[in-house]
Design a protein around this ligand. Structure first.
Ligand code: SF4
Ligand code: SF4
Length: 223
């Protein structure tokens, strides 16, 4: 019951946040100051990652919410290709995209509208890439190499990872089917914790596990 309530809250939060992404991408080229929503989400994700890994990606990012709610139902639901998880690929994507963004900003660094426009432009370009991959592969494909996700993964992906009870997990993999990041869960069961730095802390796997063997360390303390 508690799990279902948490899932409902997560769903409502995402439906509330996803219009932000649609409005910013749709209107930011006319009103460039709207582009400043982008650095707000970027900074929030990075700061929060010191405490709880990629929590913002999984719960509060408007684009992540857009992928989960609107793209997932029409996605190809294929496995996310390993190349997108490769550290070389991810860090190269980060350097290229951030480099391009700062280069564009440096062309007119004192004009607030120009800076806002560059933020909008980056958001629009990467959203188009994300939507193409979402439809063709998997809704959260973009999130497996999003530069801000990569930073969050590096900073706090190892903090307070999910616990798994090795004795009672029956290996049915229902949890893995529910995971938006297509992460391995069962293969970690012998260690007792799910060592996946890209976990989005969305708790979807916890909600569907029929054996109730998944939980966060904080749930353990609260019990
Ligand atoms: S859904 Fe639960 S019982 Fe099934 S494999 Fe995942 S953790 Fe184990
Ligand atoms: S492992 Fe669980 S909490 Fe982490 S992203 Fe997958 S479904 Fe969400």
């Amino acid at each position: 019951m508690k799990k279902q309530k948490a899932l409902r809250k997560h769903t409502i939060t995402q439906w509330t946040l996803l219009p932000i992404m649609i409005v910013v991408v749709g209107l930011g080229w006319i009103y460039p100051l709207m582009g400043y929503v982008v650095p707000v989400v970027m900074v929030a994700g990075i700061v929060w990652s010191f405490y709880n890994g990629r929590y913002v990606c999984g719960n509060l990012c408007p684009r992540g919410s857009f992928f989960d709610r609107l793209m997932a139902p029409i996605s190809g639901k294929k496995p996310i290709p390993e190349i997108f998880r490769n550290p070389w690929f991810r860090w190269s994507a980060l350097v290229l995209l951030m480099g391009f963004m700062f280069y564009r900003m440096a062309l007119n660094p004192t004009d607030l509208n120009h800076i806002g426009y560059v933020f909008w432009q980056m958001c629009a370009i990467t959203s188009v890439i994300g939507v193409v991959f979402a439809i063709g592969i998997n809704a959260r494909t973009w999130c497996s190499f999003c530069p801000i996700g990569t930073l969050q993964m590096a900073i706090g992906g190892g903090r307070d990872q999910m616990l798994i009870d090795p004795e009672n997990c029956r290996g049915c993999r229902i949890c893995e089917k529910a995971c938006p990041m297509d992460l391995e869960i069962v293969s970690h069961k012998d260690s007792g914790h799910v060592n996946e730095r890209d976990c989005l802390r969305c708790s979807k796997c916890i909600a569907v596990c029929p054996k109730d063997v998944l939980q966060w360390p904080s749930d353990d303390k609260a019990a």
